[in-house]
Design a protein around this ligand. Sequence first.
Ligand code: PTJ
Length: 242
Amino acid sequence: MGISSSHPRYQSLVWRQQIAEGVRRGLVHETGMIAHGRGEAFDYLLGETTIPVAAEAERAAAYVLSRAHRPVISVNGNTAVLAGEACVRLAEVTGAALEVNLFHRTAERIEKIASWLEECGGRDVLGREVEARIPGLEHDRARCSREGIYAADVVLVPLEDGDRCQALKNMGKTVLTIDLNPLSRTAQTAHITVVDNVVRAVPAIARHAESEDFIVAWDNRRALQSCLDYLCRRLSSLYESE
Ligand code: PTJ
């Protein structure tokens, strides 16, 4: 589909197109379109911009990733097509490993996403071999790489499922997430929640890591409340000036 760059919703339409194309290429699970729609709705409400508290969370996430001993960036279908190159860059800057780890796991989709990350410049992409399990999770959702997520001290899990986020926390890991929905279980469970679009958040974290522009202390509950306050203020003042 040719999208005119003059269309007022151009950027949003491009991202939708990338997700739809990702489904056709076999990278994105079909329910990834639903997840994207939910994210899009929250992005719309937030003004499709990185709100101040999200910019701070990005600096806090950059600090934790940069200081970690064994950081891992977990990549799913949506993240791969929207921010694959940025994930590779973030991995380079922070020394993190990249692991393809899927909610709807199939060997075929793992291979496609891992190959796509390699096309984006990623090296030693993990996830094809999954010898370990995340305790407390059933089925394939528990499977992960022993040298990657299983051994990691810090895991960045964009667009994650709440159960898995909690299970990683139960393993003693520091869990960072990127989720546009500040009310999601993942957002509420992670140690640091970046309430921003993965398209903006991953490059921002990489920039902060590179320039060592960090925030060291972080209170996630306060930050989430601040997101909700921002949202409420924005919605309640939309027509006030008219
Ligand atoms: O590729 P797989 O098999 O691992 O599956 C990935 C999806 C995303 C389909 C799977 O993890 C899933 O179903 O996720 P959920 O439970 O729908 O959660 C996705 C969360 O990410 C929701 O809270 C959305 O608001 C949020 N979200 C969606 N798109 C974006 C986003 N957050 C940041 N940036 C986005 N672009």
